[in-house]
Ligand binder design. Structure first.
Ligand code: IFM
Length: 481
């Protein structure tokens, strides 16, 4: 979404207060934390396959053990309770609960999530389940994956099966996490599983993810109690033109189309944006969109999840010039932006995290207020926000991470300001509860509030976790100590 240049956040003399009932959470995803990839009937997902492909993941790391959440979830839930969290956003591993991606459920897999939900509830923590955080059963990818319509239909069946099994204990549901990454990093630039580099497959995947979402919303509503809340989480791009020129503003429009409105349009307005169809007309006629799909996708949602980390600065490269390629999405030789070939990506100004991402909380404020302007009354949740840093362990066993605390503080201030400006923001989930498998970066990047010593699996809350606990308990945004 286009955003104006950086403006300073206000300072307050008394700590800003969040409303009662605001969800204070942390998030993880199945493949990043669970491990136990071959236990209880789980079959390989596309990420198991990708990790085994030489050169795809930093130093050949895999999620085979990850942070062993599958076995240590009780300890992890205890930690969440100690940190004052009121909600935990986790994802369900499709190949764990429906190993072949079709047909009956695997009871041991479902039992794991039943136990996890029960443990959370017994500590007064609201479970928020995401159905798909990138771990497609390999068998479905071998049958064509997300570029094929059948995958969307399988997804709806899987949604019904999980909803039916867990709907008595889980009241908050998210269909997809960051479908942009699944479609465009998975099938466009190939830096994520399944590692394909085909722009048309990426657009087809985006449509079938949208369709899978819509079908899954109906499937969930068919089996869940009427009180259940259903949502989707998008990693929306907070866009800025490199210069105020018409060419750079057009770059913003193009990336807004293929980065944001490719999802917002069909999910919230019932149509793909005309300019996206025009920008990609040389690649595809979009005939994979069938009559009736617009309605199938455009289903009522209880909230929209917004995942935000950093803004994106773009320009239009001159004819014949090589565009700048710093889009923060893991390099790769192919573009994750079909139809946007001459767009340059530039480093946003300011401090950087260990991912090289600029720290700029105004992008989050702008996303939340822009969404509110465009979709008045739509409840929002910040379903991911956080930062990777090289954390320093003290000799006394503590982990001091002042940069992360400052990052979280600035972004929560932006959330508070957006709410004051009219956005209906219902909760905030720090990414991540604990250090984990950061996809193509393996275990090299640490996003956790809780430090994990990977060889011993020892968990140590970082200083940022202690600060976040104080905020969550009081509902007040205390400045970092
Ligand atoms: O770790 C990821 C997460 O799985 C999806 N959103 C971004 C995070 C940080 O890269």
């Amino acid at each position: 979404m286009p955003v104006p240049p950086t403006s300073p956040l206000p300072t307050a003399t008394t700590p800003p207060r969040f409303p009662a009932g605001f969800l204070w959470g942390a998030a993880t995803s199945a493949y990043q934390v669970e491990g136990a990839v071959a236990e209880d009937g789980r079959t390989p997902s596309i990420w198991d396959t990708f990790c085994r492909t030489p050169g795809k993941v930093f130093q050949g790391h895999t999620g085979e053990i990850a942070v062993d959440h599958y076995h240590r979830f009780r300890e992890d839930v205890r930690l969440m309770a100690e940190l004052g969290l009121t909600a935990y956003r986790f994802s369900v591993s499709w190949p764990r609960v429906q190993p072949t991606g079709r047909g009956p459920a695997a009871k041991p897999g479902l039992d794991f999530y039943r136990r996890l939900a029960d443990e959370l509830l017994s500590h007064g923590i609201t479970p928020v389940a995401t159905l798909y955080h990138w771990d497609l059963p390999q068998e479905l990818e071998s049958a064509g994956g997300w570029p094929e319509r059948a995958t969307a239909e399988r997804f709806a069946e899987y949604a019904a099966l999980v909803g039916e099994a867990l709907g008595d204990r889980v009241g908050h549901w998210t269909t997809l996490n960051e479908p942009w990454c699944s479609a465009f990093l998975g099938y466009g630039s190939g830096v994520h599983a399944p590692g394909r580099t085909d722009p048309v497959a990426a657009l087809r995947a985006a449509h079938h993810l949208n369709l899978g979402h819509g079908l899954a919303v109906d499937a969930l509503r068919g089996v869940l109690p009427a009180s259940a809340k259903v949502s989707v989480s998008l990693n929306l791009h907070a866009l800025r033109p490199l210069t105020p020129s018409a060419a750079d503003r057009d770059a913003v429009r193009r990336i807004d189309a293929v980065g944001n409105r490719v999802f917002l349009g069909p999910l919230l307005e019932g149509a793909y944006p005309e300019d996206l169809l025009a920008d990609t007309a040389h690649l595809t006629d979009w005939s994979f969109v069938r009559t009736g799909d617009a309605t199938r996708i455009h289903r009522a949602l209880d909230w929209l999840g917004v995942n935000y980390y950093t803004p994106t600065v773009v320009s239009t490269a001159a004819e014949g010039a090589a565009p700048a390629r710093e889009d923060g999405h893991g390099g790769g030789t192919a573009s994750p932006w079909p139809g946007a070939d001459r767009i340059g990506f530039h480093a946003a100004p300011g401090e950087r995290t260990a991912m090289g991402w600029a720290v700029d909380a105004t992008g989050l404020h702008q996303l939340l207020t822009d969404l509110t302007d465009r979709y008045p009354g739509l409840p929002l949740i910040v379903s991911e926000n956080g930062a990777a840093y090289v954390d320093r362990g003290g000799e006394d066993g503590t982990v001091d991470d002042p940069e992360r605390t400052a990052y979280l503080h600035a972004h929560l201030a932006a959330v508070h300001r957006a709410a004051a400006d009219g956005a209906d923001v219902r909760g905030y989930f720090a990414w991540s509860l604990m250090d984990n498998f950061e996809w193509a970066y393996g275990y090299d990047k640490r996003f956790g509030l809780v430090h994990v010593d990977f060889p011993t699996q020892t968990r140590t809350p970082k200083a940022s976790a202690r600060w976040y606990a104080r905020v969550a308990r009081s509902g007040e945004l205390h400045p970092p100590a």
